[in-house]
Design a binder for this molecule. Structure first.
Ligand code: ADP
Ligand code: ZN
Length: 607
């Protein structure tokens, strides 16, 4: 075939340029060599094996862990006019036979298979009898025993190297941490593969952490003011909280669904489909909801409880904004989160060693929540990537938090905790510090202590902020197995002996209007990019309605017809003819033919 990768990019996908390292990766595979691709979600991994499969002779075999994901991809390819098939347990014998016939007739460029199927008796023999262009191993981190996406069949995929030595293999993953990467190379025997590492930065995601203070209302305000009518995911720690939160959101008028491992699989699937195929659906879920959520226009991911690690946080928030348009990662955080997480770790069955690792991971996440630095820099730094400048797209960059020297306050707090016997929680400690003469204080004769009333100068909220930040930094601990009292740690000495000054962030009080306002001003800019007039927005909405109607008719997820970026471009440029329409990114020959007219009519009719 004489097509070049670029001509396929332009004519079939209707994209103007390759993203990141796509072109280099594609060239490498076309030459018949192996590759290991590390690219964040939304980076454009699929093209890296799809284009070589089209160009090289033979069929490209794509191994993918999730049936829903495969079908999605095949539908999307079908809309582009690319010949792709899928073989998995969801097909009837008749359907499977048809796919096989196409396969043997050389009518397919790509075949998606589940790993179980690939390793089934006779399947590899069958593949040996046809011409193969490549093997793509998608979600390659499923080979890792330590991750929660582990799939035992992935461990056997090294067989491909031995059975098909001449067929190039490309493994792909969005998992950032180094140990998992090493495991993938070892298990899949990819030591000779060229490794392509993209930056893990997700510039279109705006990161924010708010201090918990009636989190439901905070969530509501956030969604209403910035993401009204958009699709998003709300993560909660427990199934119960998932159910309650969704019910509450529904009462507030949202189209909210639930997803957690306790639902029967039928309902789980139904809710997932509604999320994928609908518009403006809010999915309230536990971490069970995630892998394979390829919906590109998830506009926000909210955490009502903190995740257990920075890896988990990054993976979960990474589901926002795959389409590259502005998206928001929002998290509510408070001292209670830290305590609950520590309790979970402490009460688990894991070995002490494992618990230590988990506590360290949690500490890193708490550090992220408390940081006054650019959040993007902190995140990327965690993954051993440097981000040279402040990002201007996180709360700390947009509203630099004020800090104050909390050395003396910390000493007062720690000595008050020490003198009250290291067994009381925040409310009582703050009462003693502030000199509140209530019954409890009197009962324990804490009004007689030297630390009684030494902290009158600070508000209750400020003291709570001090205690929380001391815990977050490890200068203070909470007795999670008992009644939740504070006690001093080894590190507390550094503060008591004034070996080291400590700076705190000035907590934004929920009513601080300035911050809220400037954040909103920012996100108004974010929507669709640039300053959008009402006319463009309303055209976008009309185009979106058209897309949803077509999607329902064709039983396709809307984004498979056109993604949001394409609709925004149509709304902004307002093509007046089919020819102009073709110049829009994402409108290839096949889609122009299938949908061009209908969208053109909407544009012409919307004044
Ligand atoms: P990943 O699998 O890495 O998460 P995808 O392959 O699903 O990413 O691509 C993410 C989004 O970016 C998709 O909507 C895809 O169509 C789009 N995309 C991929 N490559 C390009 C490109 N070169 N130009 C414009 N959009 C692209
Ligand atoms: Zn920043």
């Amino acid at each position: 075939m004489s097509h070049s990768p670029r001509s396929i990019l332009e004519s079939v996908y209707a994209y103007k340029a390759f993203k990141g390292q796509q072109e280099a990766i594609i060239g490498h595979i076309i030459e018949g060599k192996d590759a290991f691709v590390l690219m964040p979600t939304g980076g454009g991994k699929s093209l890296c094996y799809q284009i070589p499969s089209i160009i090289r002779s033979g069929v490209g075999i794509v191994i993918s862990p999730l049936i829903a994901l495969m079908q999605d991809q095949v539908q999307a390819l079908d809309q582009l006019g690319i010949r792709a098939g899928v073989l998995n347990s969801s097909l009837s014998a008749e359907e499977a036979k048809k796919v096989k016939r196409n396969l043997f007739a050389g009518n397919l460029d790509l075949l998606y298979v589940a790993p179980e199927r690939l390793l089934m008796d006779g399947f590899l023999d069958m593949l040996a009898s046809i011409k193969l262009s490549l093997f793509a191993i998608d979600e390659a981190h499923c080979v890792s025993q330590w991750g929660h996406d582990f799939r035992p069949e992935y461990m056997q995929l090294n067989v491909l190297r031995h059975r098909f030595p001449g067929v190039p293999r490309i493994a792909l993953t969005a998992t950032a941490d180094v140990p998992t990467q090493r495991e993938i190379v070892n298990r899949l025997e990819l030591s000779e593969a060229k490794i392509f590492v993209a930056s893990f930065n997700r510039p279109n995601i705006n990161y924010r952490v708010v201090l918990k203070d009636n989190p439901r209302q905070q969530l509501l305000r956030f969604i209403r003011s910035e993401c009204a009518g958009e699709s998003g995911i709300v993560y909660c720690l427990s199934r119960k909280k998932v159910e309650e939160t969704a019910e509450w959101l529904r009462a507030q008028g949202f189209n909210a669904l639930v997803y957690h491992a306790g639902l029967e699989s039928e309902l789980r699937k139904r809710n997932q489909d509604k999320f994928l195929q609908g518009e403006g659906v809010v999915m309230v879920a536990t971490i069970a909801f995630g892998m394979g959520i390829d919906k590109p226009n998830v506009r926000f991911v909210a955490h009502l409880d903190i995740p257990r690690s920075v890896e988990a946080y990054y993976q979960e928030t990474g589901r926002a904004g795959r389409d590259g348009l502005p998206a928001i990662a929002w998290m509510a955080y408070g001292l209670s989160d830290v305590v609950v997480m520590r309790q979970l770790i402490s009460s688990s069955e894991a070995s002490d060693e494992r618990k230590q690792v988990e506590n360290r991971k949690l500490n890193a996440l708490v550090g992220y929540a408390e940081t006054t630095l650019c959040r993007r820099r902190v995140l990327l730094n965690y993954f051993e990537e440097q981000h040279p400048v402040n990002c201007s797209n996180c709360d700390n960059c947009l509203n630099p938090p004020e800090t104050w020297d909390g050395t003396i306050a910390s000493q007062q707090a720690l000595s008050c905790i020490y003198r009250t016997g290291q067994r009381f929680g925040a409310a009582h400690v703050v009462d003693v510090l502030r000199g509140v003469e209530n019954e409890r204080v009197k009962k324990f004769r804490h009004d007689k202590l030297s630390t009684f009333g030494i902290g009158k100068g600070l508000s209750k909220a400020a003291w709570l902020g001090v205690l929380r930040q001391l815990v977050a930094a490890g200068y203070l601990a909470v007795d999670i197995d008992g009644y939740g009292g504070f006690y001093l740690t080894e590190q507390s000495k550094e503060i008591l002996k004034a070996e080291k000054p400590i700076f705190f962030r000035k907590d934004l009080d929920a009513s601080t209007k300035k911050a809220a306002r400037s954040m909103r001003a920012h996100s108004a800019v974010a929507k669709g990019g640039g300053t959008l007039d009402a006319r463009t927005k309303s055209l976008f909405e009309s185009l979106r309605e058209k897309r949803l109607a077509l999607a329902k008719k064709k039983r396709l997820p809307p984004y498979i017809i056109f993604n949001d970026a394409t609709l925004w471009e149509m709304a902004t440029k307002r093509p007046g003819t089919l020819r102009d329409m073709q110049a829009i990114s994402g409108v290839g020959a096949k889609k122009l033919e299938s949908y061009g007219k209908e969208f053109l009519v909407v544009i012409l009719q919307t004044g």
